[in-house]
Every structure is written in C-alpha cells, then in structure tokens.
Design a protein around this ligand. Structure first.
Ligand SMILES: Nc1ncnc2c1ncn2[C@@H]1O[C@H](COP(=O)(O)OP(=O)(O)OP(=O)(O)O)[C@@H](O)[C@H]1O
Ligand SMILES: Nc1ccn([C@H]2C[C@H](O)[C@@H](COP(=O)(O)O)O2)c(=O)n1
Length: 207
C-alpha cells in the first residue's frame, strides 16, 4: 500500500503506525532524496547538476534500512539519518527531487525492496507502485502542519509555515493524489485517528 501527501502532513508517522499494525515494514522514499541532497551539499556539488550528483552517489552507494521504529539511511558504516531533517536539507531537497535522473535512481532502489511494505512519499501511488492494493493521500492546512512541525524544530511557526508553502509549491509537479487514492485531511484528526481511518478502509486480504 502507499501513503503520499504534502510536506509534514504526517506521512512517516502514519506509515509507521499503519505498518506496525499490519506487521510489515514501511519505507520512507523522501529520505533517499534527502540523503542525495545532504551528500551533494557536503561534496560541494551544484544541486541542479544531475550528472555530477549521480556520479557522486553511485561511487558511494546508500542503503535504506526499513526499521519499524523509523527508517535509517546508511552509506557504508555511516548513519546519515539524523542529518537529513535540517532546514538546510529542506531548502535544497526540492531542487534535487525535480531531477528525472535522481528520481529514477530513487525509484530503482524502492522497486528492488522485498514486498510487502508500506511505501510513503509523494508519487508512490501515482508513479512508483501504481499497482498498490490501497492508496492514501494526506493533506492538512499549511498552518496546522507548521504548528506540528514547529514543536520539533527551533524555528517559529510563521517561518516554518512559509518554508512549507514554498516546498509544497516546488514539489507540486510530483505530488498529487492518484485517481484511486483515499484523500484524508489530517487537520481535525489525531495521529491515532488517521492510522485508524486507514486501517478501516484497507481491503481485507484474499485467501
Ligand atoms: N494527525 C496528527 N495530529 C497531530 N500531530 C501529527 C499528526 N500527524 C503527524 N503529526 C505530527 O506532525 C509532525 C510531522 O509528521 P511527519 O514527520 O510524520 O510528517 P511527514 O509528512 O512525514 O513530513 P516530511 O514531509 O517533512 O517528511 C510530527 O511531529 C508528527 O508527530
Ligand atoms: N516520493 C517522493 C518523496 C519525496 N520527494 C521529495 C519532496 C520533498 O520535498 C523531499 C523530502 O521528502 P519528505 O521527507 O518531505 O517526505 O523529497 C519526492 O519528490 N518524491
């Protein structure tokens, strides 16, 4: 199954809860875009330069570890995960995610993972796993998302809201609900409420 949605709409928290309830892993595709951005920044590669970025990424392959309590991204023995949710990565990641070559690099890694899992991101239901048996798309107003996110970060809520609106604008090209997705406004719901809503509409597996 797939869970897509706008920035900070609760995708990874919800995917984690649903996956736990189903006893399967979840996979956070955004982490691979974030890792590509962080490694490009570190190496001084211009983030819009797909060829240079991919040469750099292919020389040092990444591994996405789908742990139930949270995904982790490794490059050899180095765990990059805790560096990937900074405001600097947030500011550059949409440029990297707009590169078709980088999207193909991410998609190949996701499609190589052993099923079943819950896939979370922007285009999981539309592009990467169009055959998924159930698809969801999470939304919430920018204000609600900023209020939630500002509890995790030092920035004030107005600055977080402005950054989310800008990232939504830049990601719009690859972030739309699949025609067969269930769209959920998470604004009025608790995290547990969103997870429960999804579990209730999931089709029962056939024998
Ligand atoms: N329904 C909800 N009610 C209250 N808080 C929520 C809800 N859903 C998510 N949150 C909180 O909102 C914040 C953002 O959630 P999360 O990181 O899961 O979003 P995301 O869509 O994966 O973000 P990103 O796009 O940046 O990767 C977290 O602090 C999470 O606990
Ligand atoms: N399937 C995906 C997943 C992510 N992205 C881009 C868009 C986001 O700005 C960025 C980080 O993702 P997040 O951690 O916010 O889920 O990566 C994408 O284009 N496609």
């Amino acid at each position: 199954m797939t869970i897509d949605g706008v920035a900070a709409s609760g995708k990874s928290s919800v995917a984690s809860g649903v996956a736990r309830a189903l006893g399967i892993p979840y996979v956070s595709s955004g982490l691979l875009y974030r890792a590509a951005t962080q490694l490009g920044r570190e190496a001084g590669v211009r983030l819009g330069d797909a060829a240079a970025l991919l040469t750099h990424l292919r020389a040092r392959p990444l591994r996405l570890e789908a742990l139930p309590e949270g995904n982790r991204v490794w490059q050899g023995e180095r765990d990059l995960t805790d560096e990937l949710h900074s405001s600097q990565v947030d500011a550059g990641v949409s440029v990297v995610a707009a590169l078709p070559e980088v999207r193909a690099w991410v998609d190949d890694q996701l499609r190589a993972l052993p099923a079943p899992f819950v896939a979370e991101g922007r285009d999981m239901g539309t592009n990467v796993f169009p055959q998924a048996r159930a698809k969801f798309y999470l939304t919430a107003s920018a204000r609600v998302r900023a209020e939630r996110r500002s509890q995790e970060r030092p920035e004030d809520v107005d600055a977080v809201e402005a950054a989310l609106i800008e990232r939504d604008r830049r990601d719009a090209g690859q972030s739309a609900p699949a025609p067969d997705a269930h769209v959920i406004d998470t604004g009025p719901l608790t995290l547990e409420g969103v997870i429960e809503t999804i579990l209730q509409v999931l089709p029962t597996p056939t024998a």
